[in-house]
Structures are given as C-alpha cells and as structure tokens.
Design a protein around this ligand. Structure first.
Ligand SMILES: NC(=O)c1ccc[n+]([C@@H]2O[C@H](COP(=O)([O-])OP(=O)(O)OC[C@H]3O[C@@H](n4cnc5c(N)ncnc54)[C@H](O)[C@@H]3O)[C@@H](O)[C@H]2O)c1
Length: 264
C-alpha cells in the first residue's frame, strides 16, 4: 500500500489513474471505466469526478444506500447486469460513496470474472479512514453483519476531504469514532491530539481533518500489512465490533443503532 498526497484535481488530471487500467479489447469507445456505482451521494466533488469520467463513457448504476443493499440478491443482480453489458476483465469497477457502497462494490469486483479492477472513492469519513483501507469486502447475512465476504485489495483509493463537506454531522461523528478507535489501538499521542482537537476535526478544519485521516489510515495500513487475512494481529481492528454488530443486528441495521454505538 502506498500513499500519495496529490489533490484530487492533480491526481485526476495528471491521469495517474490511467496506470491501473488498460483499454479493453472489445469496446469501440475507450471505456476504461466499465462501471460506476453511485450511492446517495451529492455535493462537493461529485461533478469533478463526473466530468473527468465522462470521456470514458462509464456505465453508471445508482443505488439507494442502506445496509439492505449489502446482500447476495443485490450483488447477483448487479453482476448479471454488468455481464449483460459485456463487462470484461480489463474494465474497472468504481465505487463512489460511503462504506456500504464500497463494501458491496468491492465484493462484486472480487467475484466478477474472478476479479476485476476496483477503484474506491470513499465519500464518508468512516469510509475514508476505515472501510476503504485493508481490502475487506462484505455483505450481510441474516446471521449477522459482514459475515459473507472476501479479501480483495483495491487498485486505488481516492480520498478527498471536500467530499465530506456535504456529510451530515452524525456521519462525521461516526467517522471520528473510528479514528479514535485507531488511536486507542496504537498511539497515545494521536489520541491526545484527537481529544484536544475534536472540535476542529468535527468542523472539518483542513489541517486537523487531514492529519486525522492520514494518521488513521497509516495505523490501519501498518496493521493490515502485517496480517492481511486477519489470522491474528488484524483482529485488534475489530475491537468493539462484536458488541456493535450484535447490537446493530438486533436493531435490524437501522441508522439510529449506528450512531448510538458511535457515541457510547
Ligand atoms: N470493509 C471494511 O473494512 C469496513 C470497515 C468499517 C466499516 N465497514 C462498513 O461500512 C459501512 C458503513 O459505512 P458508512 O459509515 O460510510 O455509511 P454509508 O455508506 O451508509 O454512508 C452514510 C450515509 O451518508 C451518505 N453519504 C455518503 N457520502 C456522502 C457525502 N459526501 N455527502 C452526503 N451524504 C453522503 C450515504 O448515502 C449514506 O446515507 C457498514 O456497512 C460497515 O460494515 C466496512
């Protein structure tokens, strides 16, 4: 896993993004991006992404986001649609949305044609600091959350703090809770920084939010690189999850249950 500090604009327009893709053989248009999954995401940054992707003529699927879409039924339907649209192995699936969409589209990417390229553009704080990093894909089962999934690393993750500007406060708090979790796992100094500057972070002040995201990703990266398939050390990243997933399951994955956990 490598980090780079380009802004989204620099990144897109220098077209580094191209390096993970090859022109698919069958298509007449240079459809480098075969498929784009969009969540209920609006606002900052979205038009920039769209304008850039337009030249690649992506097939766009819009999904209304809730935990219910993390299901076999939805995954199967999307895969069948993509195959019908002639998706091939040099195409790339892009997720543009929060962790729910990221988990589902990563899952689909890992299965379709035994694995196609995957780019994650996380638009929630939680997804930027946690779910987009580490290669866990997942859907839910009636026996619990994220019980079905694969390990499948994305080719690229693009995080831009501008996306967070349209995010409701409660979602920012949920992301902050994951950042706090990472600090508790690994760095007292970082925990003290987060405790002292919580207000600037929740208000998305550039220096503070960027530092919080970067450090949080770094902590997760270091742990994942030592134990990618969660045989041992990586389990530490799940702390709090057993209780929280049980709680969310009991509340039928309602949004309210997510926030309740974050602030406890
Ligand atoms: N794969 C992993 O390692 C991992 C780790 C942690 C969590 N997760 C999963 O992540 C999921 C939760 O992700 P989440 O917290 O991002 O929730 P989410 O995907 O539901 O997004 C939260 C809400 O914010 C909206 N939204 C997204 N981006 C927005 C934006 N920029 N502006 C305005 N609204 C926006 C979404 O439409 C949604 O309503 C859970 O399913 C959880 O299991 C996975």
């Amino acid at each position: 896993m490598k980090f780079c500090n380009d802004t989204l604009e620099e990144f897109l327009w220098t077209k580094k993004i191209k390096s993970v893709n090859k022109k698919p053989a069958k298509r007449t248009t240079p459809c480098i991006f075969g498929t784009l999954f969009l969540g209920g995401t609006s606002g900052h940054g979205r038009s920039k992404i769209f304008n850039f992707l337009k030249i690649y003529n992506p097939k766009i699927y819009r999904l209304s986001v809730s935990e219910k879409i993390k299901s076999f039924k939805v995954a199967y339907k999307l895969i069948e649609n993509m195959l019908n649209d002639d998706l091939n192995r040099s195409d790339c699936i892009i997720s543009f949305g929060g962790g729910i969409l990221g988990d589902l589209s990563a899952f689909i990417s890992s299965l379709t044609k035994r694995g196609v390229k995957f780019i994650n553009i996380p638009t929630t704080l939680l997804a930027q600091v946690d779910s987009s990093i580490g290669g866990k894909t997942g859907i839910n089962s009636r026996y619990g959350k994220n019980l079905i999934g694969t390990f499948y690393q994305p080719n690229l993750v693009i995080s831009d703090t501008n996306f967070l500007k349209s995010l409701p406060k409660r979602e920012i708090i949920c992301g902050y809770a994951e950042i706090l979790k990472h600090s508790l796992i690994s760095s007292k100094k970082f925990f003290l920084f987060l405790s002292k500057n919580w207000n600037q972070i929740l208000n998305l002040k550039n220096f503070y939010i960027q530092k919080a995201i970067h450090k949080s990703c770094l902590i997760k990266k270091q742990i994942v690189e030592l134990d990618e398939n969660e045989k041992n050390l990586r389990k530490i990243l799940n702390f709090g999850h057993t209780f929280a997933h049980g709680f969310e399951g009991a509340k039928k994955f309602s949004k309210k249950s997510k926030l309740t956990f974050c602030i406890t």
